[in-house]
Design a binder for this molecule. Structure first.
Ligand code: FES
Length: 67
């Protein structure tokens, strides 16, 4: 329980997409809401449209989709 709570806090603090300031919590929310592909997640959250063109966040989003 405590472990879950701290995971949630970390999800809110961890930025998956640094360019657009998108947290891991947001990405997970999008996936829970039905996003199935990288494109879905990008469309819903705006991740991947920052200065790096998704180079930094794409692998992390794919990892979250795989879980
Ligand atoms: S980190 Fe996501 S677009 Fe740059």
């Amino acid at each position: 329980m405590e472990n879950n709570a701290s995971k949630e806090v970390m999800d809110k603090l961890t930025k998956v997409c640094i360019c657009k300031s998108i947290t891991r919590a947001k990405i997970k929310e999008a996936i829970a809401g039905g996003a199935k592909t990288l494109e879905d997640v990008q469309k819903i959250t705006g991740a991947g449209s920052g200065g790096c063109g998704g180079r930094r966040c794409t692998p992390k989003i794919q990892e979250l989709l795989g879980k």
